[in-house]
Design a protein around this ligand. Sequence first.
Ligand code: FAD
Ligand code: NAG
Ligand code: NAG
Ligand code: NAG
Ligand code: NAG
Length: 542
Amino acid sequence: MGHQIFLLVCTIALLASSSLVSAEVVKHSFHSPNSARKILVAENDTKKSVDGILKELDIKGSIDYGVTAISLGSRDFGGLYSEKPLAVISPAGADDVGQVIRHALQSPTLTVAARGNGHSVNGQAMAHLGLVIDMKSMADNKKIDVNVNYMYVDVGGGALWGDVLKHCVSEYGLAPKSWTDYLDLTVGGTLSNAGVSGQAFRFGPQTSSVTELEVVTGNGEKIVCSNSQNSELFFSVLGGLGQFGIITRARVLLQPAPDMVRWIRVVYSEFEDFTHDAELLITSQETFNYVEGFVFVNSDDPVTGWPSVPLNSNQSFDPTLLPKKTGPVLYYLELVLHYNNHDDPSTLNMMVEKLLGKLKYLEHFRFETNLTYMDFLLRVDHVEEAARGSGIWATPHPWLNMFISKKDIDAFNRIVLQNILKSGVNGPILTYPLLRSKWDNRSSVVLPQDEIFYLVALLRFTHTHPKESEIKQMVAQNQEVVQTCIKNGFDFKLYFPHYESTVEWKRHFGDQWERFVDRKRQFDPKAILAPGQKIFTRNHIL
Ligand SMILES: Cc1cc2nc3c(=O)[nH]c(=O)nc-3n(C[C@H](O)[C@H](O)[C@H](O)COP(=O)(O)OP(=O)(O)OC[C@H]3O[C@@H](n4cnc5c(N)ncnc54)[C@H](O)[C@@H]3O)c2cc1C
Ligand SMILES: *[C@@H]1O[C@H](CO)[C@@H](O)[C@H](O)[C@H]1NC(C)=O
Ligand SMILES: *[C@@H]1O[C@H](CO)[C@@H](O)[C@H](O)[C@H]1NC(C)=O
Ligand SMILES: *[C@@H]1O[C@H](CO)[C@@H](O)[C@H](O)[C@H]1NC(C)=O
Ligand SMILES: *[C@@H]1O[C@H](CO)[C@@H](O)[C@H](O)[C@H]1NC(C)=O
């Protein structure tokens, strides 16, 4: 059971641990002879000027050239790519970030990557021979300022969402509206992508409940922006893949936090019933507070099969009760209803029955439990220790995330879920619908066309000591899935996109490509920022 829950939640905090704090800070000297030599050989000419530039850097925070820091800056959760930076910087605040960028501008080659918690999977937070800014260690993150009258919180760009949650709930009984499934992610990191979970059908992604940002642009300027003030920068940065500025502060809207949640899973054998019910729930006025969907394998596999569905050890999944014609995969909706301790239990139970009463899930396959709101949002953390122990989060994670238009989701199910992925991905497969109208199209995120589109997430894990062939197979299967979508003309976009060529990036952005490039010209004309996204190269914006 523990193993199963672990995979369900898949947490990674290894890279986020205390290594940087304990690392020796040696200003302006290379600690790793190997990396130093490589840099000298490769970049002899520029090295001299870079060294000079870094010597002039006078920040309140620290610059770390040590092996531990460099190693941290060159790793991410994906474990598929590794690029060594020249140094890792722990800023005290936005002014330090500005200094770093302005100094990088003086060199012809230096790039700067903000690193949130390094939970990217394809090296997006890395900077080859550049400067990595460790946002999570930024001193300003400790300030989490709640404004009770206007119901918002001001937080540092490197703050972890889990810390924001704990502070807002325990001190004020308030909480942000829209979450990710896992909260050891930074505010700036998710806002640079979107940030989606089971609340997004209602409140939009996390980018939709931000009203103000403080950003240091690629020009080295610190600018406060919002819908009404410097709005072009504001919308550029939201979902901007770190290309336009570094988020040093965000103002996030709050709502009253409930005490408790009823957490429910209901199982389907037919994809049409599953999507019908999911779409009904996300488009109804009266509905659950959280709606997600999962795909699981029709087998006894503890990680990907029947045992992965029940919510506590009192419940069991009895496969003999499944319909005879059940296919290779099954589906479940995961639903949550908020409530407070003083609410009348019978009223709550009636509400649950009323909402579930509209659904066509399989009889005998309803699982539920009650949990505090915090425990639910931190559900992934519960197994963090166990996960570390088993060692499989230091191994690579070739994850694939995408959004697919409703019009193509049935075909996707037939061709991809029931066929290519019929044995699972050795980790959770998520799929649930979202509403395009809850996303602001002025942000930099690109979405498929339909008003209803599905998130599909393949959260792959390897075995403890994976062979290279195992990882290659996973990567190849991801490519097969993407190629299948292209070949069949599916309307889809990658979430956390990863492409290496300009042609592919152009296709990704489609008719928004020009806008994206214009924004780059305006806010990061030297293409200093987030080189690990591989959209632009230094000094070269096309
Ligand atoms: C276990 C796990 C569960 C996850 N669950 C979800 C989920 O439920 N929903 C979801 O939407 N996502 C989820 N994610 C993905 C997550 O949103 C991304 O990894 C995202 O990149 C945030 O991670 P991070 O803070 O570590 O950012 P990083 O990976 O460090 O950075 C991501 C990108 O943003 C840039 N960046 C980082 N900080 C800033 C900043 N302050 N300003 C500007 N640019 C910045 C970086 O340069 C990089 O290009 C999950 C990831 C993991 C590993
Ligand atoms: C760097 O260049 C100088 C000449 O400009 C040369 O003397 C030196 O050997 C070079 N160093 C390396 C490590 O290549
Ligand atoms: C399991 O069931 C017993 C009695 O049926 C109950 O007391 C206990 O709280 C349940 N455990 C969980 C985790 O729900
Ligand atoms: C959850 O709480 C409700 C009361 O709000 C109670 O009726 C129900 O039995 C509880 N369910 C579980 C699984 O503990
Ligand atoms: C955003 O949506 C509005 C309303 O649907 C539309 O008029 C506008 O052209 C869209 N803007 C972009 C940039 O797509």
